[in-house]
Design a protein around this ligand. Structure first.
Ligand code: FAD
Length: 120
């Protein structure tokens, strides 16, 4: 049996930017890699919506598809144009998975992303 604190540390130290949100994408948790990628510390972004990361240049259809997918309890994977705290644009390769409660209803979302700007 792994100690619970080990699961917390695994997420905390995972080499991919991880955030946990409520059902409206308001940010409740970020790990260290999220700060490394985006420049935002927890105190600066907890409570804000994930749209704070948006460069506002991603076509609406992409967000429509994202919400259409995740609100149906499916995993969404795609690329969005994001903006770091200091203003640099970057291409985010993002996976969003719904988290279900014990009755099978969506309770939260977990987002995992990498900066793939260099790959393009
Ligand atoms: P919004 O008004 O937020 O939404 C645009 C469209 O999305 C709406 O017209 C609607 O069709 C749909 N939509 C929005 N909210 C809901 C909802 N609660 N239920 C159903 N449909 C909805 N966005 C980024 O740009 N970068 C990210 O890195 C990013 N990471 C995310 C991580 C997670 C875990 C989640 C859940 C969402 C993430 N988003 C991210 C999406 C973000 O929350 C916004 O929806 C998006 O940035 C568009 O914001 P907006 O203010 O332009 O438009």
């Amino acid at each position: 049996n792994l100690p619970f604190s080990l699961f917390v540390e695994a997420v905390e130290q995972a080499p991919v930017a991880i955030s946990i949100t409520d059902k409206k994408a308001n940010i409740l948790y970020i790990n260290d890699a999220f700060t490394s990628v985006t420049g935002y510390k927890a105190s600066e972004i907890l409570g804000a919506n994930e749209s704070k990361l948006s460069d506002k240049s991603t076509p609406r259809q992409v967000y429509y598809d994202l919400w259409h997918t995740i609100s149906r309890k499916q995993v969404w994977h795609g690329q969005l144009v994001n903006r770091k705290k200091m203003g640099q644009r970057y291409l985010a390769d993002l996976t969003i998975a719904p988290m279900l409660d014990d009755r099978g209803a969506i309770s939260h979302y977990i987002g995992m992303h990498r900066d793939v700007t260099q790959a393009h």
